[in-house]
Write a protein that binds this ligand. Structure first.
Ligand code: HEM
Length: 161
């Protein structure tokens, strides 16, 4: 029986972690936008609490899985070309932006617990929006290049029989 190369299993894990992470980030965008629409203190406090727990329990493990599977893929790949370098580089931007975002979310939550004024908390919220806006084009580029490279790898596998 023909074996499926390990790289395909790891690529599947990488793809699943990207998809799950994207879902989490889209949910976070919704809860971050909510207080802008509904300007009352209670809604804002809930946003800060929810985002804190989502980051710790969901986003951090998912982004570590994404980064880990990406690193394993680098080692499983035979020969990285310029397209791979571009794909990895563009993938690292949203990953690093995510770590920066998590740091801001944790700081904002600590500021809320310390009873800081609402204007100081909005500083964190504005930075979270900036992080998402900066990371989005790089995310799209890495996604597009990843799908393109996966297509090439699968075509090669089919040709090899
Ligand atoms: C948000 C960031 C990222 C996105 C959207 C993304 C997306 C993808 C996608 C869709 C694939 C194709 C998966 C498949 O074969 O089914 C892929 C492959 C890959 N990714 Fe990522 N990725 C990201 C981050 C990273 C990072 C941080 C690294 C390295 C540390 C990385 C390294 C790789 C490598 C080496 C491949 C294999 C390319 C090939 O098939 O030759 N990725 N990525």
């Amino acid at each position: 029986m023909q074996e499926i190369p390990l790289v395909n299993y790891v690529a599947l894990i990488h793809l699943c972690s990207v998809a799950a992470w994207l879902g989490v980030v889209m949910t976070e965008v919704l809860i971050e936008v909510y207080p802008y629409v509904n300007k009352n203190g209670r809604a804002y406090n809930s946003t800060i609490h929810f985002h804190y727990w989502i980051d710790l329990l969901l986003e951090l493990p998912l982004v570590l899985l994404l980064l880990g599977s990406g690193i394993v893929l680098i080692f499983l790949n035979q020969g990285l070309d310029l397209l791979h370098i571009l794909k990895i580089g563009s993938g690292l931007v949203p990953v690093l932006a995510c770590f920066a975002g998590i740091y801001v979310v944790l700081r904002r939550s600590a500021a809320l617990k310390a009873g800081k004024k609402e204007e100081e908390l909005w500083w964190g919220s504005r930075n979270i929006v900036i992080v998402v806006l900066v990371a989005s084009p790089f995310f799209a580029l890495s996604m597009g290049l990843g799908v393109w490279l996966a297509r090439g790898r699968l075509l090669e596998m089919l040709a090899a029989g």
